[in-house]
Every structure is written in structure tokens, then in C-alpha cells.
Design a protein around this ligand. Structure first.
Ligand SMILES: Nc1ncnc2c1ncn2[C@@H]1O[C@H](COP(=O)(O)OP(=O)(O)O)[C@@H](O)[C@H]1O
Ligand SMILES: [Mg+2]
Length: 145
């Protein structure tokens, strides 16, 4: 992928723009874990990735905390998950993630690191860190095993 491994942004808009650039290098099937504390910008970055993929407008990307999974777009298929409220492995299995790879989907998961050893590789892990009020560091790591 021809993109920097680390972005530094100083507003939510810049994080959305970074997400659009990340999207340009994505092709399904692809699992992406968004890792970082509450408020780090995981959902904001997802808005950029999803809009960059042409799957939905940024304002239509809402945190799927209660629904657990949102299906967005069709070509490519994009799924957005938030596992914050999911505590048990059997619940993860009911989501049917294994079937999504056959759809060549791009699967974006917030709080997926809770089940890191149950989610497949290769995958991208995007780590977001709050540096200040509006400044964020976004690090992209390719994990192969
Ligand atoms: N540089 C930035 N990048 C992303 N979000 C930012 C930035 N600066 C401020 N924010 C604000 O921080 C909050 C991030 O929230 P959100 O994306 O929902 O985080 P998470 O999904 O990680 O809990 C939003 O209110 C957003 O407007
Ligand atoms: Mg979120």
C-alpha cells in the first residue's frame, strides 16, 4: 500500500480526510480493526473510510454500539461493527463474520481487539491516539499472523 504508516491530524475533518486516503488502498476481502480509547476517533475515521469507498456519506456512519453491525454499501460491501458491548465469544459467533469474506467485504471493527485472537489475519490494525484536544495520531499496521 502506498501510504504513510502514521498520520497526524488536528481536527475531525482531517481524520475523515485521512480515512478517505486509507480507503483508496483498500480492496475486499479486508478486515480492519480500529483500536483506541473512547473518543480517540475510531468512528470519525470510519466515516472517512466508508465515504472514500463510496459506501455511505460520512453523516450516515453512526456508531453501531447497539446494533453491533451496520451494513453499508454494496460494491464494495462494507460492514461496520462496534464490539464495545459484546462480552462473550458465542455472541461474536452469531454475527456470522466468517460469511462476509466470501462477499469480498471490507469489515471495519471498533473494539475488535477484545477478540483479537478470534479474528482472522491478515488484517489491518489502525491505532488511534489522542495527543491533545483536537490532535490525533493514527498508525496503520499490517498484521500477517
Ligand atoms: N483530530 C480528530 N480526529 C478525530 N476526532 C476528533 C479530532 N479532534 C476532535 N475530534 C472529536 O473527537 C470525537 C471522536 O469521537 P469518535 O470518532 O466517536 O471516537 P471513538 O469512536 O473512538 O469513540 C468526536 O467528537 C470528534 O469530533
Ligand atoms: Mg466509536
Amino acid at each position: 500500500m502506498s501510504q504513510p504508516t502514521v498520520y497526524r491530524t488536528s481536527s475531525a475533518e482531517e481524520t475523515i480526510a485521512a480515512g478517505r486516503r486509507i480507503a483508496a488502498g483498500l480492496r475486499g476481502p479486508q478486515l480492519v480493526l480500529l483500536i483506541g480509547d473512547l473518543g480517540a476517533g475510531k468512528t470519525t475515521l470510519t466515516k472517512g473510510i466508508v465515504s472514500g469507498l463510496g459506501a455511505a456519506a460520512p453523516e450516515d456512519v453512526l456508531s453501531p454500539t447497539f446494533a453491533l453491525m451496520h451494513e453499508l454499501g454494496d460494491d464494495p460491501k462494507v460492514y461496520h461493527l462496534d464490539l464495545y458491548r459484546l462480552d462473550r465469544l458465542p455472541e461474536l459467533e452469531t454475527l456470522g463474520l466468517d460469511d462476509l469474506w466470501d462477499e469480498e467485504a471490507i469489515v471495519l471493527i471498533e473494539w475488535g481487539e477484545k477478540f483479537a485472537d478470534r479474528l482472522p489475519t491478515p488484517r489491518l490494525e489502525i491505532r488511534l491516539r489522542e495527543l491533545g484536544d483536537e490532535s490525533r495520531e493514527i498508525e496503520i499496521i499490517e498484521v500477517n499472523a
